[in-house]
Design a protein. Structure first.
Length: 186
């Protein structure tokens, strides 16, 4: 009976977190902070990625319909799907007033699971992603992206800024910086 109550409590917490994160609209201040974090991400990852040849200026040559489809799919997966799981479900919401220690513990768990999920995905359901999802530069970029999305989520309590940050990074990588070619190799 206790196990059932614990499971029920977990589901209630998850449901409450999702509703809160979806319904909180970010402020202008949050969007400015998000852009600042995105700029910091670019300042770190672009030089490293270009120097290591992981990133290459390689605009993808797809029809407009395929580009729009890719942009839409990237919004759903990975952006919304991953942000809901790795940020909203796993992290305490700002309304929960978690201690710094609790945030650090859950933040570390969330970040580690987020990073490890990429190579595991390549080993299981997405084998063509193996060279990319195990690349140290990709994993560093994923770690930094996860940290940035976690920071903006905790600061805002809203799902939307981390979703937009994640989505922009993925779309720019896929369409302009060689990501599409890396993930669609024969």
């Amino acid at each position: 009976m206790q196990l059932l109550n614990t499971f029920d409590n977990c589901l209630r917490i998850i449901f409450r977190r999702i509703i809160q994160a979806y319904s909180i609209l970010p402020t202008v201040k949050t969007w400015i902070f998000s852009l600042w974090l995105l700029l910091c991400f670019a300042i770190i990852i672009l030089p490293l990625g270009l120097a290591s040849k992981f990133l290459t200026f390689e605009p993808v040559h797809l029809s407009w319909l395929n580009v729009i489809t890719l942009i839409g799919i990237a919004l759903i997966a990975p952006a919304i799907r991953e942000e809901v799981f790795y940020r909203v479900i796993l992290l305490p919401h700002q309304s929960e007033r978690a201690t710094f220690k609790t945030k650090c513990i859950w933040g570390s768990i969330s970040l580690i699971v987020y990073i490890v999920a990429h190579p595991l995905s390549a080993l299981t359901v997405f084998p063509s992603g193996f060279p990319t999802f195990t690349n140290p530069v990709f994993l560093l970029a994923a770690a930094l992206l996860g940290l940035i999305c976690m920071t903006v989520y905790w600061r805002s309590g809203s799902l939307w800024p981390p979703v937009i940050i994640h989505w922009l990074v993925v779309v720019l990588w896929l369409l302009l910086l060689g990501g599409y070619g890396k993930l669609h190799q024969p």
